[in-house]
Write a protein that binds this ligand. Structure first.
Ligand SMILES: Cc1ncc(COP(=O)(O)O)c(C=O)c1O
Length: 500
């Protein structure tokens, strides 16, 4: 290891070493897309701890050992690029995005100033402007930042909303502010509550608004709750809820926000990417009326993790809210336009370069006919999956809320690529007692999932929601998946659940 750069004459050894690492990575990538390989080579934590020497040693390892560690790490990694991986929202592996990620790591710099990241700062500037144009803000005006994820982008939005209404909070803290209330649907992402907790607003100040059967916020309930007391300062509408993929009615919500002078945020972490689809962007009609929007290209647009943007309509607000003027970084007498030293807008000091992956993929994939082909692909797959063979899915989605003989979808009329369904194994299919059947059904998905992971053939997630017992939640955002892969998943569920 001592022979690698920056050692004198370390070039050749470094090239050989890195070439070997690249070979390992390339082999992994090819394997990841091969349907004959497993999605996961699963082992229980204790077993896995013992299967390899993961402990940190007192002596440095040799180069060969380092390569062995790389191979072992990938051997037990979940192949999130695998066509049969449907587990969570960030799936797939994009080759251009990956190349950009490698470049980013090689450049190994920090987003805080133009001084140390000139190209990346400019790319962030042009990309955020483009995203704002797509949202519909005139001339792409406004502000924004790439943050470590949708949860943090949402927290930024809440922070800005509070600062906009009570700028004194920055210096004086929460004791200078009346009791606040934030509003979001009962189906919204948990990060809204986390943000409230982190900002000292408190989770009890987040009022959960009722959603309808399909998971959309009910505007009348929002208005009713806004009128209840405390100072309403923030409404977070969700464009693409995590579980159901529901799109809250943004126009109606924006009317209420305007009426009561409340900041409107749109959490489009999951569904925001539909803005890139000519066919589906209507689901976000009204997004241009928002004060801020979270949009995660690392979900539906398959940009490698992490890549999340917060877009803000008002210029200058982020700067005022967050800047601390650290003079070792943001000297005011530098020799270039200081507006490009964007780092003081962030809550972080050092900030990872997340922009290059998105920018390069955008260049490679955005065309005139369809802004982002992959999104159309995911949406097509979703519609197919609603007509899969029995017993996992009914031929038609049942209109009634009753159990169909074999299985049924959790809600009718999916709006996004989330498909939520129960599988009813033979053992409970004809159970008379509904409560008893519910109790059994609750245990079905976890058992099938555990078996699925042990076989390693595919992965899908499950969960309960409100009074609904555990159901499978399949999220289609994997560009490698085909109709056949979805069929495979369904058949696998059936195979693994036959005896339940
Ligand atoms: C609607 C919604 N908002 C926010 C988030 C959080 O995003 P991240 O995981 O990038 O923090 C998620 C994640 O699934 C989400 O679905």
């Amino acid at each position: 290891l001592a022979d690698l750069l920056p050692a004198m004459d370390g070039d050749t050894k470094t090239m050989t070493f890195l070439q070997e690492v690249v070979d390992i990575l390339l082999a992994y990538i090819v394997e990841s897309f091969d349907r004959e390989t497993k999605v996961v080579d699963f082992h229980y934590p204790n077993e896995l701890l013992q299967m390899n020497n993961w402990e940190l040693q007192d002596e440095p390892a040799t180069l060969d050992d380092i390569l062995i560690s790389c191979r072992a790490t990938l051997k037990y990694a979940i192949k999130t690029a695998h066509p049969r991986y449907f587990n969570q929202l960030s799936t797939g592996l994009d080759m251009v995005g990956l190349a950009a990620d490698w470049l980013t790591s090689t450049a190994n710099t920090n987003m805080f100033t133009y001084e140390v990241a000139p190209v990346f700062v400019l790319l962030e500037y042009v990309t955020l402007k483009k995203m704002r144009e797509i949202i519909g803000w005139s001339d792409g005006r406004g502000d924004g930042i790439f943050s470590p994820g949708g949860a943090i982008s949402n927290m930024y939005a809440m922070l800005l909303a509070r600062f906009k209404m009570f700028p004194e909070v920055k210096e004086k803290g929460m004791s200078s502010v009346p009791r606040l209330a934030a509003f979001t649907s009962e189906h919204s992402h948990f990060s809204i509550k986390k943000g409230a907790a982190a900002l000292g607003i408190g989770t009890e100040s987040v009022i959960c608004i009722k959603a309808d059967e399909s998971g959309k916020l009910i505007p009348a309930d929002l208005e009713r709750r806004i009128l209840e007391g405390f100072v309403p300062f923030f409404v977070s509408a969700t464009a693409g809820t995590t579980v159901y993929g529901a799109f809250d009615p943004l126009i109606a919500i924006s009317d209420i926000c305007k009426k009561y002078n409340v900041w409107m945020h749109v959490d489009g972490a999951w569904g925001g990417s539909l803005l890139m689809s000519r066919r589906h962007r209507w689901k976000l009609d009204g997004v241009e009326r928002a004060n801020s929007v979270t949009w995660n290209p690392h979900k539906m647009m398959s940009v490698p993790l992490q890549c999340s943007a917060l877009l803000v309509r008002e210029e200058g607000l982020m700067q005022n809210c967050n800047q601390m003027h650290a003079c070792y970084l943001f000297q005011q007498d530098k020799h270039y336009d200081l507006s490009y030293d964007t780092g003081d807008k962030a809550l972080q000091c050092g900030r990872h370069v997340d922009i290059f992956k998105l920018w390069l993929m955008w260049r490679a994939k955005v065309g005139k006919s369809s802004l982002f082909e992959a999104i159309q692909h995911h949406c097509n797959l979703k519609s197919s999956s609603l007509y899969l063979p029995q017993p996992c899915f009914p031929q038609n989605i049942p209109r009634s809320g009753a159990f169909s003989p074999c299985s049924f979808c959790v809600f009718t009329q999916p709006q996004h690529t989330n498909v939520c369904f129960w599988y009813l194994p033979p053992g409970i299919r004809y159970m008379e007692d509904k409560e008893e059947r519910k109790k059994h059904l609750h245990k079905v998905a976890p058992v099938i999932k555990a078996r699925m992971m042990e076989y390693g053939t595919t992965m899908v997630s499950y969960q309960p929601q409100g009074d609904k017992v555990n159901f499978f939640r399949m999220v289609i955002s994997n560009p490698a998946a085909t109709f056949e892969d979805i069929d495979f998943l369904i058949e696998e569920i059936e195979r693994l659940g036959q005896d339940l």
